[in-house]
Design a protein around this ligand. Structure first.
Ligand SMILES: [Zn+2]
Length: 165
């Protein structure tokens, strides 16, 4: 069981074990905002709610220039599993500038892609296909992307990891 830690401004900061989270709460460094009431934690001093999301009482400074490492899963997540070319459900990723022609593994050169478009495009460029991108791919910037461990997000975390609409 893990706990999502939010900065005092509600930005996601990291994931810790629920025991670590409880220590923060007991030391008044954080308070519980979401908990699993069906599974209390037993300690020598009694039962505690099992925290699934905690909020730090003090604001922690986070460097703003952190790089997000590119990954296949990350590209699919950034693009909401939608194909960058046709908008259908994407199950793979595509190099906009093909790797065989010098295309790099970067956030700017990788997009989510459906198998059909991936096969059609093969190692051609967009110009050769006469295709265009539905949006320009970029490195994601929302704080939720910096949190390690959110790949295995728990349902209670959902509302805290998405950027405000
Ligand atoms: Zn497609």
């Amino acid at each position: 069981m893990r706990t999502l830690v939010l900065n005092a401004g509600y930005e996601p900061l990291g994931v810790v074990s629920f025991r670590r989270a409880l220590v923060l709460v007991m030391n008044d460094k954080a308070k519980i905002v979401e908990s699993d009431e069906d599974a209390p934690v037993w300690a020598s001093s009694g039962a505690y709610e099992r925290p699934s999301v905690i909020l730090l009482t003090r604001y922690v400074k986070v460097p703003s220039s952190r790089q997000v490492p590119v990954s296949r899963r990350g590209v699919l997540r950034r693009d909401n599993q939608r194909c960058a070319y046709c908008g259908k459900n994407a199950t793979t990723i595509d190099h906009i500038q093909p790797r065989s022609r010098g295309g790099k593994d970067t956030w700017e050169n990788l997009v989510a892609c459906c198998l059909r478009c991936n096969n059609l495009k093969s190692d051609k460029t967009l110009a050769e296909m006469g295709w265009s991108l539905r949006s320009q791919p970029r490195m994601p910037h929302h704080a939720g992307w910096f949190v390690r461990g959110v790949e295995k997000a728990q349902p209670e975390w959902e509302g805290y990891l998405q950027p405000a609409a």
